[in-house]
Design a protein around this ligand. Sequence first.
Ligand code: SF4
Length: 86
Amino acid sequence: MAVNQPQKEEKKNRYQVKVLREKCIGAGTCVELAEKTFQLDEKNIAVIIDPHGNSDEEKLLAAQACPVGAIVVVDQETGEQIWPPE
Ligand code: SF4
């Protein structure tokens, strides 16, 4: 019954994202794909405005779309790096 509900909610957002700012070239693709998580700062470099602003799927898509691989995605539950593949 309601027992599964909280688990589902938690699973929805277990990916932690990090921007490697020294790599970022300000292409803005991540912002387009997950604008509630990523924004560009005044230097045109991506910053995280809300680590859970978008769903895990959206954050992963944004990371995969980054042309310079500047977004790292880690599963906070297992500690496994999801993107880029190690
Ligand atoms: S997609 Fe990559 S290069 Fe473009 S703004 Fe985001 S982190 Fe920077």
